[in-house]
Design a protein around this ligand. Structure first.
Ligand code: ZN
Length: 192
């Protein structure tokens, strides 16, 4: 079992000292496989490879500056930190702790399931829920993300003004982090 490669594109790198090559790769057998065909791209130039990464975006292969990719990583880190900061916020922690108490005072797992389902905090079937349910603390640890907090505040009938402000800050950071770095120049190659 191996790979058949053929050159899909070959051209000069941005500085002209090396090359860019895109290979069309296929598995060399005919039985079903998850990825029977894919592309591999190579930036065969030391100085350009230091500066650029070659990325496929849909039908296009584009160069992206590594510095822009690092900046995006930083934006994603900032958004993740904000998310942790929100979960560690004194008011949020108090709300989550009240929610754990509320779950613990339910009379049965079925009652907990009904409560979570009504709050749109669970979408699975009751059978699946029962299979995975252990205790309120564990459920909160694996399910409570900032995106679940409005529902939790709703169940507890808490004022959401401050939370909404925090979530808006997070959303702005996440949108900023989701922006893909701009491609450098024209696409290197476009698939037909
Ligand atoms: Zn080069």
């Amino acid at each position: 079992m191996g790979t058949d490669r053929s050159i899909e594109f070959e051209g000069p790198c941005p500085c002209g000292q090396g090359t860019i090559r895109i290979d069309d790769c296929e598995v060399d057998h005919s039985w079903p496989t998850a990825t029977p065909q894919w592309y591999e791209s190579h930036l065969n130039c030391e100085s350009c490879a230091d500066r650029f990464s070659l990325e496929r975006r849909g039908a296009k292969f584009v160069l992206v500056e590594r510095s822009a990719l690092r900046e995006r990583e930083q934006r994603m880190t900032v958004a993740r930190e904000k998310s942790r900061e929100i979960l560690g916020d004194f008011e949020v922690k108090a709300a989550v702790s009240s929610f754990v108490d509320l779950l613990n005072t339910q009379k049965s797992v079925a009652a907990i399931f009904r409560l979570l389902k009504a709050a749109k905090l669970e979408y699975c079937s009751e059978a699946t829920f029962r299979k995975h349910w252990r205790e309120a603390d564990a459920w909160v640890r694996s399910n409570v993300r900032p995106s679940a907090l409005l529902e939790i505040y709703g169940v507890l009938e808490l004022n959401i003004d401050r939370l909404t402000g925090l979530l808006e800050e997070l959303k702005a950071l996440e949108l900023h982090a989701a922006e893909k770095p701009e491609a450098y120049g024209e696409p290197v190659y476009v698939l037909e």
